[in-house]
Design a protein around this ligand. Sequence first.
Ligand SMILES: [Zn+2]
Length: 290
Amino acid sequence: MSSLQKTIVRPVQCTGIGLHSGRKVNLVIHPAPVNHGIKFVRADLPHKPVISAHFRNVVDTSLATTLGTDGVIISTIEHLLAAFTGLRIDNALIEMDAYEAPIMDGSAGPFTAMLHQAGIKMQSGKRYTFVVKEAIEMVENDKKVGLYPSKSLRISCTIDFDHPLVRRQSFTISLTDDLFEKEISWARTFGFLHEVNYLKQNGFAKGGSLENAVVLDRDRILNPEGLRYEDEFVRHKVLDCMGDLSLLGMPFVGHFIAHKSGHALNHALLKRFMDQKSCWETVEAAGTSA
Ligand SMILES: [Zn+2]
């Protein structure tokens, strides 16, 4: 991992719709100075309120990760944040003119492509990381999530669905291998038809379609183009976890292992990890490569 912080060279923008709101949103990613972190600004509201991408600002994890402060929210940010983690960009200001980030194609691929288009540059400030010193775990029924000491940042996910095309899938990625873009970033979000119908009947997933999600009925994938990876489902879980982990506010060195986990349990673990100060220390990042 580089020992210096990174931002983008020039602003870059896109337009899309929110997965749950169905609302059009314009998104602009701006460069930001050293130690700024990743922050969102709601350009459509008076005084343009700013919210940091930090787990202490998480107000809802039921359908997507939502940040909020003083009644202002920013929602469905996990795929966008995964792109910053995957490309190890420390500082940026993300401007939006609606509360929900664009879903694009349901993956982080369009965001990583945008960040490359903007150009990525090293900054003069040193990068610091959390190093996991002691294992910490949380269990909830058959779900389990944990952070463990490791020499590098690794993420392992297992999913287990009672569906003939999903079943049990596991995937591990080491972020030092630079495999994020190829192996993870294009994995799309997925849903089961009966759940999608239920969400739509209740006013959610208004923007959801086969353009931005893999949808399965009882024994088939409804998307005519099929899957991008044979195990696209678990790869998308890794992507979601990377977005959640970015809310620590700094990169970390350790192994994150999730078994059937979701946003809520991931965030609960982050809180417990931060509160248990014997579990971590912050150190200056070593190395000079990307
Ligand atoms: Zn997702």
